[in-house]
Design a protein. Structure first.
Length: 341
């Protein structure tokens, strides 16, 4: 029996049109090296683009949630006016961002450009990883994983947007306005501000990958919709804990972050149900095809007729008189013979 590594090599060789050939461990390392090189080049290119666009990267993108004219704060203010409340408009950003290290701004410029390059190249990075893994899968596994790069990239993008426009501004606004005494002025360190913004945004981006994770687990038969419905209450508790971790201790912010994650969980249950239904339909079709190839089943064997027992007189079932068989006449030529059978 072939090991999993040998099966992976055989599948990769067959996918490349080399039937019967197997790639050695060195060949796998060589191919992986080129995937890593191409991915690193893409990250470096987008990092340089982000580094050269310093004004847009910092003034518009990173420092946007620190200003009162940010899009999210304006929308919250309009929603508050619609419901007759002016509180969202009164909670203005009131803090100062400063740098306390000599090379702090240069270091943060490089690290922020690198993070921006990673986020921009994430679809390509996942595509390179998928190109390396895909040849080692079986045909039905590749069939079940069609569109994985597209949906993973779309969910990652939606998670980034939600974290940047919803979760991060709520956290920054709450932490910037929170004081233990009016005499204490909030002066935030630039590194702390960027760390908070990056953590909130990337956390939401990876949480939004829940439907794809459930999809692959359901394809592997590990997760079922019945299991997810059974542990729905436990999942709600875990979701509330996650929302409490990635958001400040503000009830409204936690509710705003919890609702999308709950919707993603319900969407994951639906995806698992669809996967199970498709698997059941495929198994039924396969079984019907096997029965069609085997032909109709043989007819059932009729039961043997029951014969009454024959015994001696005076015994149960006995006393049946002997009846000789009729005489049969067999003609052979011109003579006739009689014999008792």
């Amino acid at each position: 029996m072939a090991s999993p590594t040998q099966k992976f090599q055989q599948n990769r060789a067959a996918a490349q049109g080399e039937e019967g050939a197997e790639m050695s461990f060195i060949d796998h390392l060589e191919e992986l090296r080129w995937h890593i090189i191409r991915a690193a080049i893409a990250v470096v290119v987008f990092t340089l683009v982000a580094f050269l666009n310093k004004d847009f990267l910092f003034h518009q993108l990173i420092l946007g949630p620190s200003r009162p004219d940010f899009w999210t704060y304006q929308m919250f203010c309009k929603v508050g006016h619609f419901f007759g409340s002016t509180e969202p408009c009164e909670n203005q950003i009131n803090f100062i961002i400063q740098n306390r290290e000599m090379s702090g701004q240069l270091t943060l410029h490089i690290s922020a450009a690198f993070m921006a390059g990673l986020c921009l190249t994430f679809p390509y990075l996942f595509w390179e990883l998928w190109r390396f893994i895909k040849p080692g899968l079986y045909p039905h596994e590749r069939q079940n994983s069609r569109g994985a790069v597209f949906f993973v990239s779309v969910l990652f993008g939606f998670g980034l947007l939600f974290g940047y426009y919803i979760a991060s501004p709520l956290s920054i606004q709450f932490l910037a306005n929170y004081t233990v005494d009016p005499s204490i002025q909030n002066q935030m360190d630039l590194q702390s501000y960027i760390s908070t913004l990056t953590t909130m945004t990337l956390s939401c981006a990876f949480v939004f990958e829940l439907p794809m994770i459930v999809f692959f687990l359901a394809k592997a038969g590990i997760v079922t919709p019945e299991l997810m419905r059974l542990y729905r209450k436990h999942a709600i508790v875990v979701i509330l804990i996650i929302a409490a971790i990635i958001t400040p201790p503000d009830i409204s912010a936690q509710i705003i972050v919890t609702i999308p994650i709950l919707l993603l969980y319900e969407l994951s249950i639906y995806i698992a149900a669809v996967v199970k239904r498709d698997r059941t339909a495929a198994l039924n079709a396969q079984l019907a095809e096997q029965q069609r190839q085997q032909g109709p089943p043989p007819p059932p064997v009729p039961p043997m007729p029951s014969v009454p027992p024959v015994g001696l007189p005076g015994q149960p079932g006995g006393g049946v008189p002997y009846q000789p068989t009729p005489t049969a006449t067999i003609a052979r030529g011109s003579q006739s013979y009689q014999e008792n059978e």
